[in-house]
Design a binder for this molecule. Structure first.
Ligand code: FE2
Length: 183
């Protein structure tokens, strides 16, 4: 099973293995769950340009998981986001994404194809850390926790987003001199 991995930016330390990743993220108050990727039809596991019909196919493949998560945590709407080199202005989009920010509600992503990274500001002793996500990984960054999201080298991802209120997801810039992109 593919699983998320953690990289602590200050030390370069990596954390892998389900139990370790879970324990670390729990301490950082980041929700982490995993969905069974076998539920997704094979032809959608490596497809990054999606028709509306295909997006709906993904949502129905994971309908049970989505509704369970929504019921537990109060999400009211959900959709699919797909990014790849076929996305118009991907470089500009990524530049915009890669700014540390906060939201007034938590940011939930369930990766259904490809890879992505959440960079999150952890507790004082940890500092910034990366969560490298793969298909099946589900994460929620708590409200008010500084973070940003970006792609990995393959530059392609499909994810389910869940919202309490789409308006709660507006990014508020978080200016942090302690953050270095190069780390
Ligand atoms: Fe965000």
């Amino acid at each position: 099973m593919n699983m998320a991995e953690i990289r602590i930016r200050n030390t370069g330390e990596r954390i892998s293995g389900e139990e370790n990743v879970r324990a670390f993220l729990e301490k950082q108050e980041v929700l982490y769950e995993h969905w069974n990727t076998e539920k997704l039809p094979d032809e959608l596991k490596e497809k990054f340009v999606l028709t509306d019909e295909e997006k709906n196919q993904i949502l129905s493949a994971y309908d049970e998981e989505i509704r369970d998560l929504a019921e537990r945590r109060g999400y009211k709407t959900w959709d699919i986001v797909a990014l790849s080199d076929a996305t118009p202005n991907l470089d500009e989009l990524l530049k915009k994404f890669e700014q540390v920010h906060t939201h007034t509600e938590d940011e939930v992503r369930a990766i259904t194809a490809g890879k992505g990274i959440f960079v999150i500001k952890g507790t004082e002793d940890v500092g910034y850390f990366d969560v490298e996500l793969e298909a099946g990984d589900v994460i929620s960054v708590p409200e008010k926790k500084p973070h940003f999201f970006t792609l990995m080298e393959n530059r392609q991802i499909v994810a389910v987003r869940l919202f309490i209120e789409p308006a709660g997801w507006i990014a508020e810039p978080y200016d942090d001199p302690a953050f270095s992109k190069e780390a």
